[in-house]
Design a protein around this ligand. Sequence first.
Ligand code: ASP
Length: 446
Amino acid sequence: MSVKVCKFGGSSVADADCLRRVAGIVQSDPARRYVVTSAPGKRGPKDDKVTDLLLLCYESALRGVGRSEVMSEIANRFAAIVDGLGLDLPLADVLDGVERGIADSAERQLGPDFAASRGEAIHGRVVAALLGWPCVDAAEVVRFDGRGRLDAEATNRLLQQRLGEMSHAVVPGFYGADPTGRVWTLGRGGSDVTGSLVARAVGASVYENWTDVPGLLVTDPGVVPEAKPIRSVTYRELRELSYSGARVLHEDAVFPVREARIPVRVKSTSDPDAEGTEVLPVSEDEAPPTGYDITGVAGRNDFTIFTLEKAQMNAEVGFGRRALGVLEDRGISFEHTPSGIDTFSVVVSEEYFAEPGSRGALAEALQKAVDADTVEVHRHISLIATVGRGMRQKLGMAARLFGALAKAGVNIRLIDQGSSELNIIVGVADAQYDDAIRAIYHEFVK
Ligand code: ASP
């Protein structure tokens, strides 16, 4: 029989009503045998995610504050869910244990991972009680190394062993533990990764990722409210789109299922019969057409471009290595390196420059390393990726893209086309980001 792994995101499991819907979805298809859950998310725009409340508790514990009001808020949220569902699941002892664990991790300066993980840990039990299934503690089956990096292979083995003996199970998302039992998390939105690991381990026929949007949209509906849904996307396209800022699936969620060639279906709990978006484990040539020339357009703000200019740079051997070595020494990852005849630029996310003076220090170090004639620093740049398997080997795509931007009055500061021809990336001023996204969308999606 085919096996489906279902991961439910925070807003899909935010309260008792949502959870009733989730139970209906799971019970409507006997192939849905493994469920991965997030912690309760926001019930509305002004609400808090339980994970954020837990992080606040950790901060209070660091400051030595005793039982905080926030902890009571968390307890109330779970109590409302358990009562609303009519479950017989006493959580007082569990919550006391969480509170002690948070205090202990703060005292030992272990970081916020334990605290952050408890929303999923508790909610896993709630969802399991609701479905009448067993809950597997992710600390026992999702393995990290001692530095908090996921060990995907060990995890696969552990999950296979454990889930191989269980016809049905709930696995809390987002966290795991190292061999000493120390809890680590997978980064925000990391339950998607857990779902993907579980899908791979049980050899699922599909990994269903349930959320509150009707699948992936061609672009951010915050910028283009009428953005159309994407019916199907290849893994490579999805990787490009999520790297570039489209936020539906966690970036790392792609790898385990991709390797195992398992399709992902992104679906909405508020409209379970709608098709959603299918992420296909096939090459771009095998994938069906999307109906448009592009698959999606996504972007991220707040990059800085460092442009080094030096006469005769093109003839100098080792220039790029020396410049990039400066970034490597400082642990800075770069996004792109557009270059000209006598110029070499590196694009770096602004997140590296939180410390005052660090941007200028990097510019200076780059200048010195290559003995550049000039270094220019341009801040507040957005990178926008137009992605699509339909773009490959098609004449005039770049012309249409640049034409649309020109017509919208958007000045292009940087251009980068991957040699896969799967995307064209442009850099524009942050202030022109929305205009650029709208112009590209309306050019290609009619
Ligand atoms: N609860 C975690 C977060 O808010 C992880 C997840 O939902 O995937 O980021």
